[in-house]
Unconditional design. Structure first.
Ligand SMILES: [Zn+2]
Length: 232
């Protein structure tokens, strides 16, 4: 549950307090990030346009007006994620250390395309639904066992977590597939971009890992790229 709450709570109001800045307005205080900032701005425009087009093609009535933001805290962990503001507008947020950890424009585009795909595929709403469903089932089982209110609440929390975990790997692979297409439409090479996997720890086949093993993700990217006529 913790992760969902975080995703849904991050909103434009945080922007007003100066925690985030749009990609176009970003002037890094760290001089070593100036070149990356320029590349990031170009990638944001191209991937933003490709993501909007894909979103309009794939969805009906969904907000496709992607905003791309930078987390201003220079010490925030390497991370990129997708969120929604209170009006349902999608935002893709990169931390500065995340941008620093990418090696080229293709990797930035690949990560951005993946995050955009999470929105187009409606993953936040689907995760909330899975969490609610898990909480309901576990809560009812606890009630049937005759647990007290605290026991039922605990079971609901666990159920929500299980509900989220059961689909998260599928969601990642779906986002890798559509993200590969968006990266390509934006004019970048997903086969170069996917080298980013080499720089993040491989969760392997652990049951409770939130992400699929790299081998599985690479296979999805290779298949999708092959359909687009791209070869290594
Ligand atoms: Zn993801």
């Amino acid at each position: 549950m913790r992760r969902i709450t975080l995703l849904l709570v991050v909103s434009l109001s945080a922007c007003d307090t100066g925690a985030f800045v749009t990609a176009d307005d970003w002037v890094p205080t760290n001089p070593s990030l100036r070149d990356s900032a320029q590349t990031f701005q170009q990638v944001s425009r191209a991937v933003g346009a490709a993501a909007r087009a894909e979103c309009r093609r794939q969805t009906k009535g969904q907000n496709c007006n992607f905003g791309i933001l930078i987390e201003l805290d220079p010490f925030a962990e390497p991370n990129a994620f997708q969120t929604l503001d209170e009006n349902g507008r999608p935002f893709i947020i990169f931390t500065q250390s995340m941008i620093k950890s990418t090696q080229n424009a293709d990797e930035m585009a690949f990560v951005m395309g993946h995050e955009a795909a999470h929105h187009i595929l409606g993953h936040i709403a689907r995760q909330v639904k899975n969490a609610e469903e898990g909480a309901r089932i576990f809560g009812e089982l606890a009630e049937a066992r005759g647990e007290d209110a605290a026991g039922i609440e605990k079971a609901q929390e666990l159920g929500a977590e299980v509900g989220i975990q059961s689909y998260t790997k599928d969601f990642e692979l779906e986002a890798d597939q559509m993200g590969t297409q968006i990266t390509y439409s934006a004019g970048y090479n997903p086969l170069v971009g996917m080298a980013y996997f080499n720089r993040i720890p491989d969760p392997g086949d652990r049951f409770l890992a939130s992400h699929p093993p790299h081998a599985k993700r690479i296979e999805v990217v290779l298949n999708t790229a092959g359909q687009l006529g791209l070869t290594q």
